[in-house]
Design a protein around this ligand. Structure first.
Ligand code: PMP
Length: 357
C-alpha cells in the first residue's frame, strides 16, 4: 500500500525508481554486492557518478561554464559555505529575507561574514516577494542571496532581481522549473524534495567562483576541493547520487523540465482553485502572483477544524499535510514525484470536508 504523501521533505519519490533500487539492492549490476557496500573508487560506482553528473547537466540545461558539485550537509551547510567561500576583503552580501529559510541563511551568513538585509517580507508575514526596484543594495555587494521558494511560508520568487550577482537557495523547487543559470553565480539545494533521498546538496556555480575561494578553509568547506575532484575528493553520498540519477532519467523521459514545470503548475492550480472557491473556508495568505507551486499553505477557520481535517485526511491515506511546526495550519507539498492523481484525491477530500463542516 502506498499513501498519498504530501510531506515537505523528505517526501515521495517515483515508485518505479524505488522498485528498481529495491531489485538491484543486494546485487548491483552483477557485482555480487550492494551499491552501498562498494568502493567509491570502483569502476561500477564511477559510472553511476558520471551518469548522475551528466543527467544533472542535461536535464537542468546547465551551461559549460557552470560546475556541478555534490556536497553533504544539506542546504544548511551551504548557508555557511557560501559566505565562507565568497565573502572576504571588505565585500558583503545582501539577503532577501523572504521567509523562514532565508532568515536561516542570513543568520549563518552573519556568523561568518558581513551580510545585510536587502529586503524583508517580515512585515507582510512573508506573503510577498520584492517588486523590481524595491531592494536596498549597498556598495561592494559581492552577491545577493535569494530563496527561490520558501518551503514553510509557501511563497516563490517568480522573476530574478538583476541588481547584483545572485546566489540562490533553490531547495524546494530545485529541478521543477527551468532556470537561466547565467543569471546566477551559485545555486544550491538539498535533494530530498524533488530528486533523491536526503544526504546532500547539489551546488551549481560558475567555475571561476567555485575555484576561487577567498580564504584558506578546511578542505570539505572549500568549493575548490569538490570542483577539483568531480566531488570525489572524499567518500561521496553514493546512494542519494545513484537514486538522483534514476529520478532525473525519469524526469527526462517524461519531457524534461519544461513538462515538469507545467505538471507542477497544474497540480498547484488545482489546490489553489479548491481554496479560492471555498467561500473563505480555506484561506491562503500569499499574494496570488507569488504563490508557491510546490508548497501550498492554507488555514481552516480554527485549529480544531484543522486537527479534524488532518485526521480525516489520514483516514483517506492523505498524509504529510500538517503545516510546519513554526506556523501551523495545513501545507500540501507537490514535489516532482507527487502524481496528479494524489492531488485529485486531496481536492475531492477538501470539497467533501468543507461540505460536511
Ligand atoms: N532551504 C530551504 C528552502 C528548505 O526548504 C530547507 C529544508 N526544508 C533547507 C534550506 C534546509 O535543508 P537541509 O535540511 O537539506 O539542510
Amino acid at each position: 500500500m502506498r499513501v498519498h504523501n504530501f510531506g515537505a521533505g523528505p517526501c515521495t519519490l517515483p515508485v518505479e525508481v524505488l522498485e528498481e533500487v529495491r531489485d538491484e539492492f543486494l546485487d548491483f549490476g552483477g557485482s555480487g554486492m550492494s551499491l552501498v557496500e562498494m568502493s567509491h573508487r570502483s569502476p561500477e560506482y564511477d559510472a553511476v557518478h558520471t551518469r548522475a553528473l551528466e543527467l544533472v547537466r542535461r536535464v537542468g540545461g546547465i551551461p559549460e561554464g557552470h560546475e556541478i558539485l555534490f556536497v553533504q550537509g544539506g542546504a544548511t551547510l551551504q548557508f555557511g559555505m557560501v559566505p565562507l567561500n565568497l565573502l572576504a576583503g571588505g565585500r558583503r552580501a545582501g539577503y532577501v529575507l523572504s521567509g523562514s529559510w532565508a532568515k536561516k541563511a542570513y543568520d549563518d551568513g552573519a556568523a561568518v561574514g558581513e551580510v545585510y538585509e536587502a529586503w524583508s517580507g517580515a512585515e507582510s508575514g512573508f506573503t510577498r516577494m520584492p517588486d523590481p526596484g524595491e531592494l536596498d543594495l549597498l556598495p561592494d555587494t559581492r552577491y545577493l542571496h535569494v530563496t527561490s521558494n520558501e518551503t514553510i511560508d509557501g511563497v516563490r520568487m517568480v522573476s530574478w532581481p538583476d541588481e547584483a550577482p545572485l546566489v540562490a537557495d533553490m531547495s524546494s523547487d530545485f529541478f521543477t522549473r527551468r532556470v537561466d543559470w547565467d543569471r546566477f553565480d551559485l545555486v544550491y539545494g538539498g535533494v530530498q524534495k524533488n530528486l533523491a533521498p536526503a544526504g546532500m546538496a547539489v551546488v551549481i556555480g560558475r567555475r571561476d567562483v567555485l575555484e576561487g575561494a577567498v580564504r584558506a578553509l578546511p578542505r570539505y568547506l572549500d568549493y575548490g576541493f569538490h570542483a577539483g575532484s568531480r566531488s570525489l575528493g572524499n567518500t561521496p553520498p553514493m546512494f542519494p547520487i545513484h537514486v538522483m540519477g534514476k529520478v532525473l532519467e525519469r524526469i527526462e523521459e517524461q519531457g524534461g523540465l519544461e513538462a515538469l514545470e507545467a505538471r507542477t503548475a497544474a497540480k498547484a492550480a488545482a489546490v489553489y482553485s479548491a481554496i479560492d472557491t471555498s467561500d473563505g473556508y480555506y484561506r491562503n495568505p500569499v499574494e496570488p502572483s507569488v504563490r508557491s507551486h510546490v508548497n501550498v499553505v492554507f488555514r481552516l477557520p480554527d485549529p480544531e477544524a484543522e486537527a479534524r481535517f488532518l485526521e480525516q485526511a489520514a483516514a483517506r491515506d492523505l498524509v504529510g499535510l500538517k503545516g510546519h511546526r513554526s506556523v501551523g495550519g495545513i501545507r500540501a507539498s507537490l514535489y516532482a514525484a507527487l502524481e496528479q492523481e494524489s492531488v485529485d484525491v486531496l481536492v475531492e477530500f477538501m470539497e467533501e470536508f468543507r461540505a460536511s463542516a
